[in-house]
Write a protein that binds this ligand. Sequence first.
Ligand SMILES: Nc1nc2c(ncn2[C@@H]2O[C@H](COP(=O)(O)OP(=O)(O)OP(=O)(O)O)[C@@H](O)[C@H]2O)c(=O)[nH]1
Ligand SMILES: [Mg+2]
Ligand SMILES: [Zn+2]
Ligand SMILES: [Zn+2]
Length: 251
Amino acid sequence: MCDTCGCDDTKTIKEKKTVEVNQSLLRANKEEAAGNRKHFNEKGILAINLISSPGSGKTTLLEKTIEALRNDISIAVLEGDIETELDAERIREKGAPAVQLTTGGACHLDSSLVHKGFHKLNEQLNGKKLDILFIENVGNLVCPSFFDLGEHIRVVLISVPEGHDKPIKYPKAIITSQVLIISKSDLLQYFDFDIIKIKKDALALNPNLEIMVTSATSGEGMEEWFEFLKKNMKKQGSRIPGFEGPSEKQI
Ligand SMILES: Nc1nc2c(ncn2[C@@H]2O[C@H](COP(=O)(O)OP(=O)(O)OP(=O)(O)O)[C@@H](O)[C@H]2O)c(=O)[nH]1
Ligand SMILES: [Mg+2]
Ligand SMILES: [Zn+2]
Ligand SMILES: [Zn+2]
């Protein structure tokens, strides 16, 4: 994690204290995340945390998802950004409720912000049942990996222009996720991007990872993504045992 998260691995006493503070910060985050997950479970909501570098296509994926599923599935979004309401506005234009969570500088969402955002969202929903809550994290492939938000499923996006070496450079994002979306596949023809290698590297880090290759532009892989959402929404609806989100070990 970076200094914004207060974490540093160097060796002075002052800095060791920083590490201790951070461990307690992560513990507190974990406890509030468990509270969030309880909230989601009580209401039968499937919560999905989207993480990626800036611009990998998180909001675009959500826009396409809402467009395709809005008649069948009730979707809302908590939009994490350092500044601005821009992404929440994009989601609202597609007809889904959205609450913008601005971190004011921090490079990741934490479970306390999500908790507050969820209650704010509930006020807007006015008792309307929600099926899926997407939490779009701040664009950053490092720090969000360390923070459980209470989600059931973590999805990491890596877009074609970023390069196929990202899993081995940012392993924590891969290890703590259940799904890898290789996005912007329509750009494969323009980039030296090795799909076989990225899949092999990602699976070596996390053999249970589900991998999808998608393009919001061409529509490739979108049906598979929608089917994945529907399947897991049903699992959450019928409370399949073991559906408790990322394990202690993972995060
Ligand atoms: N070619 C192509 N471009 C895409 C695709 N998906 C998204 N984009 C473009 O990529 C840019 C960034 O997309 P966003 O959806 O805003 O990315 P994001 O991950 O939400 O970005 P942050 O919230 O800033 O982290 C936009 O210009 C999109 O139009 C895709 O499948 N193919
Ligand atoms: Mg976005
Ligand atoms: Zn950070
Ligand atoms: Zn609460």
